[in-house]
Design a protein around this ligand. Structure first.
Ligand code: TRP
Length: 453
């Protein structure tokens, strides 16, 4: 415990905790990834499975992470080291740090796209373009090398700038302003989208389940999406949990964050799919979905330029509150384990992520044909983190809390040493002992084809 000179920072207020944590959860995962994954996996039936997984697996994993972090008051690696000395659990922590590198590398690429689209909104770049031309514009942009690269570095820089300023003055302060704004804009867009002619088809795609579309892969994709969207399975919430003060309530934090995240995902679907159908875009058109349909909506509406500017600002903002949480995992690790200064740790982390990030940026242009396991570097980072590393991390996190951490410590953490009633604790312990691990293992093994039902 020696060697850490200044006391650890923590979040200053309840609202700050929620803003930072929900800020981590709400991001491109909700507004960019969720709609296109839903589109590729059949719509409403996928959403039902997604919701089921969020409730049965998402809540227990999130609570477990927060409990580990707050108990240990350490970065993800240090937390396992401290709570399970001389045991191999720290490997889960290391895996979390590796996953953070991989996620940040591809995620920041898309975050950079939002800046290009913001810039295009300002200069009227979508003006008078037909849906086909907007598709062409998107493909042209991601198919070039320099612009996406520049925006990638700009976004990494912004992220580093906030993280370097610290937990309270950087992360908490920025998310407290940025999160409320996001909601307002999303609601405006929904109102516009559902009143487009032809919107009804999009609504029924979202709310009329077609169960014939469900396969084992659907479950794996839903599991991966849930983990990704909730920021669980790699220690982001262990790290943020370590900044939560002893008096604050972990369960209400987890529930508010899960509620907010799910709401934003569903709202983003409602904002996007009616427009997708209204403009005859294929719902399964992949990562470009949000970048093609939204400019389409803006083109059609009065005051579109303003809305477009607002939307891409906020999409970038949603991404930013998430990238800082992922970078923080690495920075906290460097600061506490390598005993680095916060600013040096931030820049070292940023530079090393960027090395991998460049490969992800070029995955849609010069490296488009460079494939491993039939996937570009970008796709590989996305797929292996969401569908492999996060579920495995989540599995071991709940097993850790349920079977190694001990009932008493879990109770102390969740009830703030008996100050809160927390009647749900026996149910929670039962779920993390049996239901959550079995469900994760089952969906995972089935999804990657190791077991067949
Ligand atoms: N949840 C964020 C989103 O939906 C992304 C994110 C932040 C994340 N931290 C994470 C994903 C940790 C996985 C793990 O955009």
């Amino acid at each position: 415990m020696s060697g850490i000179p200044s006391p650890r920072e923590s979040f200053g207020s309840k609202f700050g905790i929620i803003a930072a944590t929900a800020g981590s959860a709400v991001g491109l995962g909700n507004i960019w990834r969720y709609p296109y994954i839903t589109g590729e996996n059949g719509g409403a039936a996928f959403i039902l499975i997604y919701l089921l997984i969020v409730i049965a697996i998402g809540i227990p994993v999130m609570l477990s992470e927060l409990a580990i972090g707050r108990r240990a008051q350490q970065n993800v690696y240090g937390s396992f080291r401290k709570l399970a000395p001389n045991r191999p659990w720290y490997l889960i922590g290391l895996m979390g740090v590796v996953a953070a590198f991989m996620i940040l590398a591809f995620y920041t690429v898309v975050a950079g796209w939002t800046l290009e689209y913001l810039y295009q909104s300002f200069i009227g770049g979508f003006h008078g373009k037909s849906p086909e031309e907007l598709v062409g514009m998107y493909n042209g942009f991601i198919g070039s090398s320099t612009r996406p690269l520049i925006w990638f570095f700009v976004f990494m820089g912004l992220t580093a700038f906030i993280v370097a300023a610290g937990v309270k003055n950087g992360i908490e302060k920025s998310t407290k302003i940025l999160m409320p704004l996001l909601f307002v804009i999303l609601i405006v867009l929904i109102v516009r989208s559902v009143t487009l002619p032809g919107a009804a088809k999009g609504i029924s795609f979202l709310f009329k389940p077609d169960f014939s579309k469900i396969t084992a892969t659907t479950f794996l994709m839903a599991l991966g999406q849930a983990f990704f969207s909730l920021s669980i399975g790699m220690g982001t919430l262990i790290t943020y949990g370590s900044y939560i003060q002893k008096r604050d309530n972990l369960a209400t934090t987890a529930l508010s964050v899960i509620f907010t995240d799910t709401l934003v995902a569903v709202l983003a679907g409602i904002a996007i799919f009616p427009a997708v159908f209204a403009f005859n875009i294929a719902p399964e058109s992949g990562p470009g979905l949000a970048f093609i349909t939204l400019p389409n909506i803006f083109e059609q509406m009065t005051g579109g330029t303003i809305f477009s500017i607002m939307f891409f600002t906020l999409l970038g903002v949603a991404a930013l509150t998430s990238t800082i949480s992922v970078l923080e995992v690495i920075v906290a690790f460097f600061v506490e384990e390598l005993k680095m200064k916060r600013s040096a740790a931030t820049w070292l982390a940023t530079l090393s992520v960027s090395a991998l990030g460049v490969l992800c940026v070029l995955s849609t242009s010069s490296l488009a044909n460079f494939k491993l396991f039939d996937k570009t570097v970008f796709e590989l980072m996305d797929f292996t983190t969401a569908n492999v590393l996060l579920p495995i991390g989540g599995l071991f996190i709940v097993i850790f809390v349920a079977w190694f951490f001990g009932r008493d410590k879990a109770k102390e953490e969740l009830s703030n040493n008996g100050q809160l009633k927390a009647r749900y604790i026996p149910l929670f312990l039962f779920v993390i002992k049996f239901i959550a691990p079995l469900a994760i293992a089952f969906v995972f093994l089935q999804g990657i084809g190791l077991i067949k039902l």
